[in-house]
Design a protein around this ligand. Sequence first.
Ligand SMILES: Nc1ncnc2c1ncn2[C@@H]1O[C@H](COP(=O)(O)OP(=O)(O)OP(=O)(O)O)[C@@H](O)[C@H]1O
Ligand SMILES: [Mg+2]
Length: 335
Amino acid sequence: MDVLLEVQDLVTKFDTFDGVVHALNGVSFDLEDGEMMAIVGESGSGKSVTMMSLLDLLPKPAARIAAGTALFNDGMQTVDLLKLPESEMREVRGGKIGMIFQDPLTSLNPVLTIGEQITESMMQHLMVNQSEARERTIRLLEQVGIPAARHRYKNYPHQFSGGMRQRVMIAIAIACDPKILIADEPTTALDVTVQAQIVELTKNLQAKLGISVIWITHDLGVVAGLAERVLVMYAGRPIEKALVDDLYEHPQHPYTIGLLGALPKMGGVSDRRLASIEGSPPDLYTEPTHCQFAWRCSFAFERCWQEIPPDINVGYQHQIACFYDVDRGRPREHG
Ligand SMILES: Nc1ncnc2c1ncn2[C@@H]1O[C@H](COP(=O)(O)OP(=O)(O)OP(=O)(O)O)[C@@H](O)[C@H]1O
Ligand SMILES: [Mg+2]
């Protein structure tokens, strides 16, 4: 499979009055053509900042990308998103890479009709005139399950329910035939039934359109039925990457094991939602010099306090950043 997006060692910092926030401390991952990948992690772990770094959406000058590359293959050429001039980034953002955010009310423009918002984006990114864009938009609204689309086209955002607005957001995100769709916690504000419908819709669209999806969530239950691969973030870095089934059956990073509430001794996965783990999240004001999970980790030993664990392979498409081997119950013997 072709790799669409290859992110390597992304480091993002914020300069604030209180000091430097080390928000991302080396994010690396690949996204393949047509795959559905999930990113999970507790609040503040850097999920949104990762995506916003890639799309140049962070507030400047506070935000600073200190290192990294993000090679994006748009089918014609490969570009480094982190070095793209703003004019080219505008083509990518909302064009080749579509996005859905958590709160559709703040992302939709209240003074424009739903139809206007979608056609505007189409005319900006695709070579279509107004009437073509209008017909396309109506088809698109039907595709995302908006009933009476031709009539609803003329409605304003406040005339839609939360679930319907989220469908409109999806329509906007896929309006310009993106290669990648980034969905940042798109269902957290919705009730469970509507959540399930949005997940189902995204899965169907992904299969039909063949796009790659990055789905960001707190909810490991959602991930199970949705993604093929999952990335677990902690303190601004993925600490475990695995195929979804593998992650549930055999989590290897102590943090993930804690999240899944599946300590090896007990066996089995008791609850698929994020369990809360003792201790507060890491202090991002200090530049990491050792494992950021060490002081919440019951397996931590000397080395964990001295070095930052690199990503190591622990199985097929399975990587962790940890010095401890939970299966053997002892430190790992590697370089
Ligand atoms: N504009 C900013 N200025 C300073 N710090 C920021 C800014 N934006 C984000 N951060 C910090 O960067 C870190 C990562 O934030 P991010 O929004 O990526 O978390 P997240 O994983 O998306 O969390 P959530 O699940 O709550 O959405 C947090 O510690 C956050 O406080
Ligand atoms: Mg977020």
